[in-house]
Design a protein around this ligand. Structure first.
Ligand code: PMV
Length: 322
């Protein structure tokens, strides 16, 4: 076997955003939009990469030169994951990688994490290193930290395990919920958020009011624990209430934007059980949960204030060989 193709899902954070960076829990769902990587082994000791969705064509580097500070931005995750694998399990051959995406990297659906997981799974498979999910998580999460310096790893977990997960920062706990499906309305703000800088801005704010932030994180934990019970009971009204509380906490952390809050408030006014931003804030997407008879009103309200509805499915499988 010289070539394998692997795909992994994107994600949306349901509850616990930002607090999860401070070892608190979150709930994350994988979504139907997937990344794909086709990896081949070749005799030449180089990494070759084609990633058209992020404008990378004909990128080549000798395996011995991988890593370092001069990697183009859109290549960083892939080059670093190959580098990390190669450090641990030295490659006897070179690799050619081609990626393909179902979704734009601007939505904040976790394309970087999903592609990192795909490439790692494919290379380990080709090299006969059958890494289990825990080992995949460890190496992929290390790669995210090497590139971004910050992050809880929830997006890596969603790409590996799929479904809906209860996740504690750093992968301390990764539990698959028995309920894998939730009907989500997703509104894109039109602005791409820069997650690492938002995480750093929360860290800076926290220094000015550490005791307050501990309470915000404790309250976030409350929302996640209650939300977990509600989702397992399929009580989406209670789940929506937790989303609304959680949004208040995120607004206190300063990561809401005018556009996100406009979409969130009109969604609630149009009959959603709950609505909140999803992820780092500062842009990207908001999510809402609504009774079935209100879904089209909620979507129309979000569109009216300039949001773009993105259709997503949940109950999707984690990383898999295609
Ligand atoms: O911006 P996203 O969708 O990648 O989500 C970031 C979520 C944070 O909690 C802010 C950071 C993290 O790594 O958990």
């Amino acid at each position: 076997m010289n070539t394998v193709t692997v795909s992994a899902p994107g994600k949306l954070l349901l509850l616990g955003d930002h607090a999860v960076v401070y070892n608190r829990p979150c709930l994350v769902t994988a979504v139907g939009q997937r990344m794909q990587a086709t990896v081949s082994l070749v005799d030449e000791h180089t990494l070759s990469l084609e990633a058209p969705e992020v404008g990378i064509y004909g990128y080549r580097k000798a395996l011995k030169d991988l890593g370092g500070d001069t990697i183009p931005k859109n290549v960083q995750f892939i080059e670093n994951v190959v580098h990390n694998f190669n450090k641990r399990y030295p490659l006897s051959k070179g690799v050619i990688i081609r990626t393909k995406s179902d979704f734009s990297s601007t939505f904040g659906f976790g394309s970087s994490s999903a592609v990192t997981v795909c490439v790692l799974k494919a290379i380990s498979q080709l090299c006969g290193q059958r890494l289990d999910n825990k080992s995949l998580f460890k190496l992929a999460y290390q790669t995210i930290l090497d590139v971004q310096g910050v992050g809880s790893g929830f997006d890596i977990a969603a790409a590996i395990y799929g479904g809906i997960l209860y996740f504690v920062g750093g992968g301390e706990k990764i539990e698959q919920l028995s309920v894998k499906k939730i009907s989500l309305i997703v509104g894109y703000s039109g602005v791409k958020a820069d997650t690492p800088s938002l995480v750093r801005s929360v860290a800076a704010q926290m220094k000015t009011a550490p005791a307050l932030y501990q309470q915000l994180f404790d309250s976030s934990t409350y929302c996640v624990e209650e939300g977990r019970k509600s989702i397992v009971d399929r009580d989406f009204e209670s789940f929506g209430r937790m989303m609304n509380y959680n949004e208040g906490l995120l607004a206190s952390m300063g990561v809401e934007t005018g556009m996100l809050s406009a979409m969130i408030y009109v969604a609630r006014d149009a009959g959603a059980y709950g609505a909140k931003l999803s992820g780092a804030g500062g842009g990207d997407c908001m999510i809402a949960v609504a009774p079935p008879e209100k879904v089209s009103d909620v979507k129309a309200a979000i569109t009216k204030v300039g949001g773009q509805i993105i259709e997503v499915t949940t109950n999707v499988q984690g990383v898999l060989l295609v």
